[in-house]
Design a protein around this ligand. Structure first.
Ligand SMILES: [Zn+2]
Length: 73
């Protein structure tokens, strides 16, 4: 059975694919949660929004407005 060799050197630190800073263990392969979410957003939609600036969907607002109108009539 082959032994697992522990390399004396530290594993080469990967760079964050988003901003190229050194990756952080917690968020590998990214350097931060922000970059992790940026990358996820790119995968999901091609464009990304900042997670802290989430805005309600325009369609949702429209539907809500329509519902309010209906209840008034
Ligand atoms: Zn980064």
């Amino acid at each position: 059975m082959a032994e697992i060799h522990h390399l004396p050197r530290r594993r080469k630190q990967a760079a964050c694919p988003v901003c190229k800073k050194p990756a952080v263990e917690t968020f590998r392969p990214f350097c931060s949660k922000r970059c992790q979410q940026v990358d996820l957003g790119r995968w999901l939609g091609g464009t990304y929004t900042l997670p802290t600036e989430e805005e309600p969907d325009e369609a949702d607002i429209e539907a809500l407005a329509r519902r309010l109108e209906d209840s008034e009539n």
